[in-house]
Write a protein that binds this ligand. Structure first.
Ligand code: ZN
Length: 292
């Protein structure tokens, strides 16, 4: 009798563990941030910009800034146990040559320094559709691309509808057609507003600089890493508490977006500041480790 009661108790405990504890543990494991490491890679330099581009009405508010400001372009690698995710994707070699990009480094060379081939990239999260962030798409044949629906709509419809924007190729026709091709190839994933794309890897829709621009929040064991996209060009935008220039959307969206990102109490990484290469751990020339 006694032993059968004991046996029943053992079964009860096993059932509780099986039905309650293990599923909870599985959920907890799933909710663990998955980013193992995060890198920033410099793609090359845009032509230096004026204070009016760097800061909203910069010449008026900062007349002391006379010199043009260097504008390095960055993209980012998030490594997880299962995935290699890029945020933005640099430039392909042909357009870098056509545009005479200074200090250009091709994605295959830079990712090679991090032990990866371009075909190892599964996912690209685009902050927005400007060529200095998205031109390298064709270098990555297998990746699924995540952008905001509002970003896509601007690129394929909202922009090209107007003669003014067609005249200045803004958004670029090449990027616009690339979006449609990716859609027909089943590789484009449209995101509607704020979302957690993967455990601990979130996007927040900000707009402002570009319709449907999204910033990326990467949860870590420490503070979150926040890839601002072009909502913040440089540390100076944060330190002077002054928004960027060069807006094709709403200035208020930029200001709200910066407030939202600051409230997350994370590490904000500006999109075009050479100091990113100084403030984080160097891995190779023009590559720094943002985490761990
Ligand atoms: Zn940019």
């Amino acid at each position: 009798m006694k032993s059968s009661k004991r046996l029943a108790r053992v079964f009860l405990v096993l059932a509780v563990v099986g039905l309650v504890v293990l599923p909870l543990a599985a959920i907890a494991a799933e909710q663990q941030p998955i980013a193992k490491s995060v890198y920033a890679v410099m793609a090359g330099d845009l032509p230096p910009m004026t204070s009016n581009s760097a800061f909203w009405q910069g010449a008026r508010f900062f007349p002391e800034i006379k010199e043009r400001i260097r504008v390095p372009m960055f993209y980012y690698l998030i490594k997880t146990d299962k995935q290699n995710i890029l945020v933005d994707c640099g430039l392909n070699p042909q357009s870098a040559a056509e545009r005479k990009i200074a200090n250009y480094s091709p994605p295959d060379v830079m990712l090679g320094k991090l032990g990866l081939k371009v075909s190892d990239i599964d996912t690209i999260i685009l902050t927005h559709g400007h060529w200095d962030h998205a031109d390298g798409l064709e270098v990555f044949p297998k990746a699924k691309i995540y952008i905001q629906r509002n970003c896509y709509r601007w690129m394929v419809e909202g922009g090209p509808e107007f003669p003014l924007f067609r005249k200045y190729n803004y958004p670029s026709k090449k990027m616009s057609l690339a979006m449609l091709t990716l859609m027909w190839d089943g590789r484009l994933k449209l995101v509607d507003g704020d979302a957690e794309l993967f455990p601990g890897i979130k996007v927040i829709e900000i707009g402002g600089h570009h319709q449907g621009l999204q910033s990326i929040v990467i949860e870590t064991k420490d503070k979150p890493i926040i890839l601002t996209g072009d909502t913040v060009y440089s540390y100076a935008n944060l330190e002077k508490d002054h928004p960027i220039g060069l807006l094709q959307g709403d200035l208020v969206d930029v200001v709200k977006g910066v407030e939202r990102m600051r409230a997350l109490n994370g590490v904000l990484v500006p999109a075009h500041d050479e100091k990113v290469l100084e403030r984080f751990k160097p891995v190779d020339k023009n590559i720094v480790q943002l985490y761990p």
